[in-house]
Design a binder for this molecule. Structure first.
Ligand code: DCT
Ligand code: MG
Length: 500
């Protein structure tokens, strides 16, 4: 959890290597179904790229249909491509990823589908005529609180939220908390919408959309992109801080310090004798290649089996629960988060030191930072979301043998038969379990809004340990997440609907 989202290495793009025919392989990435547009790409290049992708385990369809998730085009002017797409028999082309070849090239190079970013998308430029004639898309009333919205991973407004996320990240770098809050809330509202914004009128009545956000959305409508966002993306300082903070243990302050010293690349930081890396950063650099790559659900599952096995040596009644993004249904994450729990109160003392010790003895502990419980010092729930909770916890880097990962196939060209994976383990006492589960399931924005809702609408204080009612001066007990939502007078929101 201590690291910025990965996938952001600022590397120079290489073209996929051009070799002879590629044998068809089993599909590895079932959620991604590609279609390559032949117009302007040409038949032979399309055939070549199709066979390249299939050889790497990607699914490529020969015909365009509703099951295609990623449409890839090369050298097609946006307006030409979009008018062609609207002429095809697709139910809703606007909700499909329509991408430039750069996304394909990066994915081939990475050997997996890379995250779709704004720079990959071929934006549709709606004509003014369309905007004027299109009736507003009536949306049900949207709450200003993420905990009163259901936000799945199906983001229909990714073009806009990607743009806002660049601004948010940039404000995080400059520690502008106020601006961050505003844009985070706006992006979160857009993520919850059941359909894409089709015209500017659709924004009417939506909460949390300030003038800045509206101006950005309007510019994206008009021009296909936002000049404010484009300027940030091409800004050297932004690019460098994004790179530096992608290292485990490096936050915006350290990143900024290195930037001000004239450093621009990770190699420069590493070879600068006057820079003393702390233990966490040293591990971050050492395992950068692995931990900057996303962790897959299959890898998370394999890590879970290891933790379960070592924890059960300490006590047979330990239960382990996958939390964080994976519990919300994400297929990839930057780390794997687990809650470990023992039903008998007090029996959890010493659990994490024992787990760490066993991992070390198995030779698979690459880094560990154990934080003992400070629960006694805690009184009322904290008002400050970003302050860490007081549970016994550890931040680890674990060596995961690739043979333990389901669906893994031998890659003879690979130099290693293991991958370093970031793992967080948290041990709440049993009476705090429901609060800890709710807190560690995220998303961060969902949690922030739950706490804000509790404070402002219910005069209650919520954190990862407890719920406190200021009106009656009592702690409200909860065994399950459902109990907490009920205390707050909220409809229950499933974990997969908390991707705010
Ligand atoms: N969290 C928390 N207290 C904090 C910060 C975060 O309780 N001070 C919660 C919110 C999300 C959860 O912990 C897991 O954190 P991350 O692993 O950073 O988030 P994620 O949603 O799992 O993201 P990813 O999929 O990238 O790992
Ligand atoms: Mg996580």
């Amino acid at each position: 959890m201590l690291q910025a989202t990965p996938w952001t290495l600022l590397r120079k793009r290489r073209q996929p290597e051009v070799t002879c025919a590629h044998p068809k392989q089993e599909t590895k990435f079932r959620d991604v179904i590609m279609y390559l547009v032949e117009r302007r790409m040409g038949k032979s290049r399309r055939m070549f790229l199709t066979s390249l992708a299939r050889s790497k385990g990607f699914c490529v369809e020969d015909t365009l249909s509703d099951k295609v998730t990623h449409i890839i085009a090369e050298a097609n002017p946006a307006h030409e491509l979009w008018s062609w797409l609207h002429g095809q028999s697709l139910t809703d082309p606007d909700s499909t990823n329509v991408l430039d070849i750069s996304w394909f090239t990066e994915s081939m190079e990475a050997g997996r589908p890379v995250l779709v970013e704004a720079k990959h998308c071929i934006q549709q430029k709606p004509s003014l005529q369309l905007k004027k004639t299109l009736p507003a898309n009536p949306l049900p009333t949207v709450s200003q609180y993420a905990c009163q919205r259901r936000t799945t991973l199906d983001n229909h407004n990714k073009v806009f939220t990607d743009a806002l996320e660049v601004l948010i990240e940039n404000y995080e770098f400059s520690d502008n908390k106020g601006a961050c809050v505003g844009f985070r809330r706006a992006a979160s509202v857009l993520k919850s919408l059941p359909k894409p914004l089709r015209c500017l009128k659709d924004m009417e009545g939506l909460p949390c959309l300030g003038d800045d956000t509206k101006a950005i959305i309007e510019e994206i409508y008009e021009c296909g992109s936002s000049s404010r966002v484009e300027n940030i993306l091409s800004d050297e300082k932004y690019q460098t801080l994004k790179l530096f903070t992608s290292v485990f243990g490096v936050g915006p302050k350290t990143g900024d310090k290195w930037y001000r010293r004239g450093l621009r690349a990770l190699e420069q930081v590493h070879s600068e004798p006057s820079i003393q890396l702390n233990k966490m950063q040293a591990a971050g650099f050492l395992y950068y290649e692995d931990i900057s790559k996303p962790v897959s659900r299959a890898e998370a599952k394999a890590v879970g089996c290891i933790i379960e096995e070592v924890a059960s040596c300490f006590s047979s009644s330990v239960t382990i629960t996958l939390t964080g993004g994976f519990r919300r249904g994400k297929e990839f994450g930057h780390d794997v988060d687990f809650l470990l729990s023992i039903p008998e109160p007090g029996k959890e003392d010493g659990l994490l030191p024992a787990v760490i010790d066993r991992l070390r003895k198995q030779g698979i502990l690459l880094y560990s930072d154990l934080q003992e419980s400070t629960l006694q010092q805690w009184k009322r729930p904290s008002r400050c979301f970003d302050s860490m909770d007081h549970f016994q916890k550890c931040f680890l880097i674990v060596k995961l043998w690739t043979r333990l990962v389901e669906g893994h196939r031998e890659d003879p060209s690979s130099r290693r038969d293991w991958k370093a994976v970031r793992v967080d383990l948290v041990v709440p006492p049993v009476d705090c379990y429901a609060f800890a589960l709710l807190g560690w399931s995220g998303s961060t924005q969902f949690e922030r809004d739950l706490r804000r809702f509790a404070r402002l609408e219910r005069r209650m204080l919520l954190d990862n340990h407890a719920l406190y009612d200021k009106t009656t001066n009592t702690f409200l007990q909860a065994k399950t997440e459902e109990d907490i939502f009920a205390h707050l007078g909220l409809d229950y929101i499933e974990p997969w609907q908390r991707n705010a």
